[in-house]
Design a binder for this molecule. Structure first.
Ligand SMILES: [Zn+2]
Length: 191
């Protein structure tokens, strides 16, 4: 993904219309280059969040995919909510770890979030490249970014904690559809 994005930017540069095109795309460079950091460079809260996601993945109810996903959510009030993937024999009813964590937090009275960490592994293999949230989860995270009126940080880590990508929901879902498109006023839901 990073390589592809760089290739697009390179191509735009070759076309010699860089500024014009990048401006039209709304700063594609910022949207495509993800920051990779070492575990040691994370803040204390980020480390805690990533480790909680790593632990949460072991709780996965995953008889079908055998894929373990853990997420942990940090609220504005510094509460942390872990979540795991929960599958179902009907397959389509599976719920992702990210949404489990978010729904847990909302049901406990918290709707303002700062950061979300995700860690995954396969049944018999470690994940080398950090796993990004699926489209459905991006849309759900985007809802709460709209509610808060600010971006939500997304931390993606592999199991060995030697590859960590720091990105944000605005980077992961540009030109998103959200409450403002419907002219909905959300302030009464800020908790
Ligand atoms: Zn998902």
């Amino acid at each position: 993904m990073i390589r592809e994005s760089s290739a697009i930017v390179k191509k735009i540069r070759e076309l010699n219309v860089e500024d014009e095109v990048l401006k039209a795309l709304g700063g594609v460079r910022g949207a495509c280059e993800f920051k990779e950091v070492g575990f040691d460079r994370l803040t204390k809260a980020q480390k805690k969040l990533v480790l909680m996601a790593n632990e949460a993945k072991e709780k996965a109810y995953n008889p079908y995919s055998k894929f373990y996903v853990g997420a942990s959510l940090l609220t504005e009030s510094n509460r942390m909510f872990p979540g795991c993937n929960i599958e179902n024999a009907s397959y389509g009813l599976a719920n992702c770890a990210e949404r489990t964590a978010i729904f847990k937090a909302v049901s406990e009275g918290f709707t303002l979030f700062k950061s979300l960490a995700i860690v995954t592994r396969g049944e018999n293999f470690e994940v080398e490249e950090p796993t990004a949230p699926c489209g459905a989860c991006r849309q759900v995270i985007n809802e709460f970014s709209s509610l808060a009126g600010k971006d939500i940080e997304i931390l993606l880590a592999n199991t060995k904690m030697n590859k960590i990508v720091v990105t944000s929901i605005r980077e992961l879902i540009p030109l998103s559809f959200g409450p403002s498109d419907l002219g909905i006023e959300l302030s009464q839901y800020k908790r």
